[in-house]
Design a protein around this ligand. Sequence first.
Ligand SMILES: *[C@@H]1O[C@H](CO)[C@@H](O)[C@H](O)[C@H]1NC(C)=O
Ligand SMILES: *[C@@H]1O[C@H](CO)[C@@H](O)[C@H](O)[C@H]1NC(C)=O
Ligand SMILES: *[C@@H]1O[C@H](CO)[C@@H](O)[C@H](O)[C@H]1NC(C)=O
Length: 363
Amino acid sequence: MEIGITRNVVFVVISMSILILACLSTSDESQSFLQVKPTGCNLYEGKWVYDESYPLFDSSKCPSIRKVFDCFKYGRPDHQYLKYRWQPNGCDLPRFDARDFLRRMKGKKIVFVGDSVSDNHWQSLVCLLNGINTTTSHVTNDAFSTLKFEEYGASITVFLSHYLVDITNEPIGRVLNLDSIKDGEIWKQADVLIFNTWLWWYRKGPKQPWDYIKNDGKIVKDMDRMEAFRKALITWAKWVNSDVNPSKTKVFFQGISPSHYNGKEWNEPSARDCSKETTPLNGTTYPGGVPLALKVLKEVLRSNTSPTKPVHLLDITNLSQLRKDGHPSKYNAFRGMDCTHWCVAGVPDTWNQLLYAELLQGI
Ligand SMILES: *[C@@H]1O[C@H](CO)[C@@H](O)[C@H](O)[C@H]1NC(C)=O
Ligand SMILES: *[C@@H]1O[C@H](CO)[C@@H](O)[C@H](O)[C@H]1NC(C)=O
Ligand SMILES: *[C@@H]1O[C@H](CO)[C@@H](O)[C@H](O)[C@H]1NC(C)=O
């Protein structure tokens, strides 16, 4: 490692988190949440309803939200997008209880693995847990960022992996190896794993971080990207089956996080991005239909994951598709139009409520 390259230096910041929630009750009030998913209730089928009590946290009080997600700080003028609660058809989603979450996660490692959407998800969880009066320490480097809650011995990490499968430097160049997952050795130490990959699969030209693809041991210049995505997911599913210990680790795969650059998908053909969107779509279905990538993901989850190694789909695709209003658009530090990531506070808070609900009922 070269001296002076600070981004490679692991730094540790020990800090006391600011107390926002005044109540420090030690009684276990969590029992009331155990019945969250009555039989027959699909948490992912429902609609967005206006709720004056939202958002779940004040983003201006959450320290260091990444510049790409902090819409409020970068001047987003409309605030109605913060006021929507996800309402499943057959039941209510439990409200996020930060103290209860940490108590349940005592001694556990939660790791988000994936592209910047995983970072978005992690960032929202950091803010949801920010109100707890407990010592935290933050360790970050190029590959990961971990926030530890010392008294609980719990930690939440985001581990950056654009494709889940490896990119290796070989004599011919950078090779996207669809057959191998080396970082799995690190991931499998976690107690809760939440995977996601999709954003990078269609990148070409200078934005493509590899030169060749290795598939079934053969090197090719390129291939059908959806098939490459499928192949990587199959490699990932095989890794889950061979390496993950289901009695220790709970495994989630996040559905496909949708972008909003094509108004035809939400019956507004003149819209070329999300810049004018201030409200969610009404109802339960997205006119643009289900993304092909989600179909591929579901096929792989059905076919390659044996029942002894359960993987839970955090099926956030449909509900996020309805949130054309949830993206930063130009309200981020770099002022570029971003209809891919999500404002924090915002839609990822609901992804975390769903994760919480899944964890509560022991999945
Ligand atoms: C998502 O929407 C599609 C139709 O667009 C529907 O078939 C599917 O059941 C929906 N999934 C959920 C979880 O609501
Ligand atoms: C936060 O917790 C510490 C240690 O338990 C305690 O001493 C302190 O008074 C608490 N702060 C507030 C504002 O309640
Ligand atoms: C959506 O529903 C709200 C409340 O029912 C209504 O006021 C609004 O006009 C609807 N919007 C569309 C586009 O249908």
